[in-house]
Design a protein around this ligand. Structure first.
Ligand code: 5GP
Ligand code: MN
Length: 316
């Protein structure tokens, strides 16, 4: 069976990255692997590259070591890309490392993972990349710090262990990580549920401004860049809004859009039951999973909604 231990046995230098706008699973899996290597493979010089992470993940071990630019021209023996199956979704500054590395490894769980790396360990049925990664590690060598990283990613990509992708194996692994002495209550409360007052106000605004189509089966909300600015919330800190939209009675698909500083619109899609939102996001050049996907487009919000209404209707 493929294992990280075997993969890195002869490596002297390892680089790690994940996708742009890193979420909990991306942050947890990249830092989890980073800590595991530092703690168990002292012969390896390991670097981690990501765009800035969300503030509530900064307590994770190694967070302050994350590099946000490509400062050197090192050619890594092995470069590992986690939670990202498409090199167009890694931060631009880390792309040259992937191109130049002697060997590349992709550890992912996206349905449409492209297989760009030399080794592609992709498990679309597994709820989080942290869970995929756990299976590739020697569990006895997982420290409390590494356990915190993996648990955080699992919490975020399973919506606190409740999305359909959650399995009994997910819970077994979570239990194993709990036994490492992690503060699981704080991880869930502080990184998943806790919002700033401003974020809560913005959630209220997004709900007040939401609209429904197709007899309430499609619900959407859009926040302009000006509104985000007014509330002092940056786009990536809008997590939670899409979840609340999803919980609207009668909704089959929830859509949350916000305008990026360059005028493009970042869209999140969530399916409540059977609608395949991965294929819908694909129509806009994005992707993700069956029930959770996203895309970024130059289309106007009204155009996005019109197109989405048609695509959802086709599947109803
Ligand atoms: P979110 O809506 O939380 O940003 O993303 C939900 C899921 O869709 C995540 O698994 C994420 O990786 C995927 N996703 C979001 N935006 C994009 C995108 O622009 N392209 C692709 N391929 N996947 C995306
Ligand atoms: Mn993920």
């Amino acid at each position: 069976m493929y294992s990280i231990e075997d993969e890195l046995k002869t490596a002297k230098t390892v680089g790690i990255t994940g996708h742009i706008r890193p979420d909990g699973d991306c942050t947890g899996s990249t830092l989890g692997l980073y800590n595991y290597i530092r703690e168990n493979m002292p012969w390896i010089a390991v670097d981690i590259y990501l765009e800035p992470i969300e503030k509530h993940f900064e307590f994770l071990a190694g967070a302050s070591d994350i590099r946000h630019s490509a400062e050197n021209d090192i050619i890594y023996d092995v470069f590992v890309v986690l939670d990202c199956g498409d090199t167009s979704r890694v931060a631009e500054f880390s792309r040259k490392y992937i191109e130049n590395a002697a060997r590349t490894v992709c550890i992912d769980h996206h349905v449409a993972s492209t297989g760009f790396a030399d080794v592609n360990h992709v498990c679309p049925d597994v709820s989080s990349v942290c869970e995929v990664l756990f299976e590739l590690l020697d569990s006895d060598k997982i420290s409390r710090s590494t356990a915190e990283c993996l648990y955080t990613g699992m919490v975020h990509d399973t919506g606190v262990f409740k999305y359909q992708s959650t399995t009994s194996r997910t819970m077994e692994i979570a239990g194993f990580l709990m036994n490492k002495g992690i503060d699981f209550t704080s991880i869930i409360d502080d990184t998943f549920f806790r919002k700033t007052y401003q974020q809560n106000l913005l959630l209220g605004k997004a709900l007040l401004d939401s609209h429904r189509l197709l007899d309430g089966k499609l619900i959407y909300s859009f926040l302009t860049a000006d509104t985000l600015k007014e509330y002092g919330v940056i786009g990536r800190d809008t997590g939670g809004i899409i979840d609340q939209l999803r919980f609207t009675e009668g909704a089959e698909v929830a859509v949350f859009m916000y305008e990026l500083p360059d005028g493009k619109i970042k869209t999140s899609l969530r399916s409540v039951h059977n609608i395949d939102v991965n294929s819908i996001a694909g129509q806009f050049g994005g992707g993700g999973h069956l029930r959770a996907s996203g895309f970024t487009t130059g289309l106007k919000a009204g155009e996005i909604v019109e197109k989405l209404e048609e695509l959802v209707k086709q599947q109803l």
